[in-house]
Write a protein that binds this ligand. Structure first.
Ligand SMILES: Cc1ncc(C[n+]2csc(CCOP(=O)(O)OP(=O)(O)O)c2C)c(N)n1
Ligand SMILES: CC(=O)[C@@H](O)[C@H](O)COP(=O)(O)O
Ligand SMILES: [Mg+2]
Length: 642
């Protein structure tokens, strides 16, 4: 006789409170449905799949045991929070993930009371949770009330200094605090470093194997104060290690490792610690990234991030491109240069594929360093390499380099060390939204004495800038380039070394000069074409450098035109601000020059396609055209200028 189909349960879960009415066996069914729903949703939106699939059971168990939103559940990075979103009243919008006007791909305070703390960058969860724990004890208040604080942090994110700073503080404050270490032995790439090996030893090493055998079924081996009332946990905890872990040395109780896909282990352990904990406790949970969806489990990155895909085959629906990505151009050019110069080396902070340095690591393994999620260390490590006579390329996303800023100032710039910063994902990045926007690097780098700052207008320019950086030994140098494909220009046979601080003229025109910095140049050219059709031919120049500025070019443009407009995909305080400073210092404004600076608006722009985000920022060709007409005092019907 065939089994009767089960009545779907996920449809009955509108909020975590609904889970509390279900039996443990029913929670297992909810987890299965939640996994299927996550796969189905991400197949139509694309996004971070593998991490969420790995925490399906953990998400169900945490919401079933703790009292969210009063208890504050904080997901580190929060790329694994899609199942959490489904269980916390957002299932009806889950197929809008990462799209304009839709749900964010990360937790976001403004989105739900169940997201007590937003993220996107890693390793912040323990600090934030500790803050909530202290606020609870000191009589603070928060939306939904204040209860327990729970941080869920991955093994990759646990490698960052900030996580240890938080544990150091938590172990000292001794507040009741729950840290769930979600150990799937993966970062985006396989995790690196001694700490990762330590975690593996915690459950794979000989002493622990013996310990597992000893611990089987022994309640007395649960650390105080978890012994009493842990009868069910006792039966469930197959491999529990207690005593002597690094976490305990830092003042945490340590429980684990436990199987993070087995609700029969998760539920009793969480119930026990919730009932008994009176200080910081770390629960070490072993999971599989991509769990339960074959194509993700089999993928090299375990389905970390995916385009839209066919659920049955797992085949991703990618739009073909005619041009190489900027990342690939950077990586290929660096390989070419490294073949002739054995001093060239490369540093990535856990983003080998994202920065293209996986190619460098394959060819020159001894010259390529993945330091883990550790941008601060990555920058100072690069400074040390440079001080030691090497030519380090420190390749980081603009948004993640923010975390290493003091190191850029204190360790690199003040010592004038020739670290080459390859700044990927500069400008607006699309679906990852505000947390990942590369908006600030020009502002935070071009103000530093001795720093050279370049932006590539296209992929050929990027190749030249990589060569320029390799040749520049006098001090630090940075070049920025965006997410995505180039514009399809012809690539040079050999990249050229550019003259530092010299821009280039693109087209000569009249009345107005547009001075572009970076890849908005293609939008500038579209605007110029539209303007030509209206009888206005602007001069267009590519500044190439925000620091040092091409003073001669800028002052000439100012002298020859009625108006100058700067365009850049960065915040105020960057290229345009430096140009304005120069023009002011030189008294050019006294002569009546009209000046406009097109920068990203003073707001954090939510996720959308890159083009839509630039439309919100008013930095696409029609906006540039409108700006020209406005500065020249030419009325444009039917359009409001931003
Ligand atoms: C400061 C910072 N650096 C880099 C990243 C990019 N990043 C996002 S997720 C991730 C891997 C995180 O690994 P882990 O915490 O183990 O989570 P998993 O994806 O394995 O669940 C990385 C490197 C980031 N979000 N923040
Ligand atoms: C969560 C996270 O920080 C990364 O996975 C990021 O989303 C990668 O961005 P790219 O897709 O631009 O490499
Ligand atoms: Mg991991």
């Amino acid at each position: 006789m065939s089994e009767r189909p089960k009545t779907p349960l996920l449809d009955q879960v509108h909020a975590p409170a609904d889970l509390k009415r279900l039996s443990d066996a029913q929670l297992r069914q909810v987890a299965d449905e939640l996994r299927a729903e996550t796969v189905s949703a991400v197949s139509v939106t694309g996004g971070h799949l593998g991490a969420g699939l790995g925490v399906v059971e953990l998400t169900v168990a945490l919401h079933a045991v703790f009292d969210t939103p009063k208890d504050k559940l904080i997901w580190d990075v929060s790329h694994q929070s899609y199942p959490h979103k489904i269980l916390t009243g957002r299932r009806d919008r889950i197929r809008t993930l990462r799209t304009k006007g839709g749900l964010s791909g990360f937790t976001k305070r403004s989105e739900s009371v169940y997201d007590p703390f937003g993220a996107g960058h890693s390793s912040t969860s323990i600090s934030a949770a500790l803050g909530f724990a202290v606020a609870h004890d000191l009589g603070g208040s928060a939306d939904g009330g204040l209860g327990d604080a729970i941080a869920v942090i991955g093994d990759g994110s646990m490698s960052a200094g900030m996580a240890f700073e938080a544990m150091n503080n938590a172990g000292h404050l001794k507040k009741r605090l729950f840290v769930i270490l979600n150990d799937n032995e993966m970062s985006i790439a396989p995790p690196v470093g001694a700490f990762s090996s330590y975690l593996t030893r915690l459950y794979a090493g000989e002493p622990f194997q013996e310990f597992k055998a000893a611990a089987k079924g022994a309640v007395s081996l649960l650390p105080e104060p978890f012994r009493e009332g842990a009868k069910r946990a006792k039966e469930m905890l197959k491999g529990m290690a207690v005593g002597g872990t690094l976490f305990e040395e830092l003042g945490f109780s340590y429980v684990g490792p436990i199987d993070g896909h087995d609700l029969n282990q998760l539920l009793p352990v969480l119930r026990t610690v919730k009932a008994r904990a009176n200080g910081p406790i770390l629960i070490h949970v072993l999971t599989k990234k991509g769990k339960g969806y074959g194509p993700a489990e089999r993928a090299r990155d375990k389905g970390h991030a995916t385009a839209k895909f066919d659920v049955l085959t797992g085949e991703q629906k990618k739009t073909p491109s005619n041009a190489p990505s900027y990342t690939k151009v950077f990586a290929d050019t660096l390989l070419k240069l490294a073949a002739k110069d054995d001093k060239i080396c490369a540093v990535t902070a856990a983003m080998p594929d994202g920065t293209g340095l996986n190619l460098f690591a394959e060819r020159y393994p001894s010259r390529c360093f993945d330091v883990g999620i550790a941008e601060q260390h990555g920058v100072t490590f690069s400074a040390g390499l440079a001080a030691g006579g090497l030519k380090p390329f420190c390749a980081m996303y603009s948004t993640f380099l923010q975390r290493g800023y003091d190191q850029v100032v204190h360790d690199v710039a003040i010592q004038r060390l020739p670290v080459r910063f390859a700044i990927d994902r500069a400008g607006l990045v699309g679906a990852d939204g505000a947390t990942h926007a590369g908006a600030f690097d020009v502002a935070y780098l071009a103000n530093l004495p001795g720093m050279v700052v370049m932006a590539a207008a296209d992929e050929a320019e990027l190749a030249h800038m990589v060569a320029t950086a390799a040749a520049h030994d006098e001090g630090p140098i940075a070049f920025r380039y965006p997410r995505g494909e180039g514009v399809g220009v012809e690539m040079p046979e050999e990249p050229q070394v550019l003259e530092i601080g010299k821009g280039r003229m693109i087209q000569q025109g009249k009345r107005v000069a547009i001075l572009s910095f970076g890849t908005r140049l293609s939008e500038v050219m579209k605007a110029a074409e539209a303007l030509s059709a209206k009888g206005i031919t602007p001069t267009v120049a590519d500044a190439r450098f925000a620091k040092p500025l091409d003073r001669e070019l800028i002052l000439q443009l100012a002298a020859d035109h009625e108006a100058v407009i700067t365009v850049e995909e960065g915040s105020v305080g960057g290229f345009g601000s430096h140009v304005a400073q120069l023009l002011a210092d030189e008294g050019v404004f006294d002569t009546g020059l009209k000046f406009r600076s097109m920068v990203l608006p003073d707001t954090f722009i939510d996720q959308a396609s890159q083009e839509d985000m630039y439309a919100v920022a008013r930095m696409n060709a029609p906006d540039i055209e409108a700006k020209v007409l406005e500065v020249l005092g030419i009325a444009q019907i039917g359009r409001q200028v931003g």
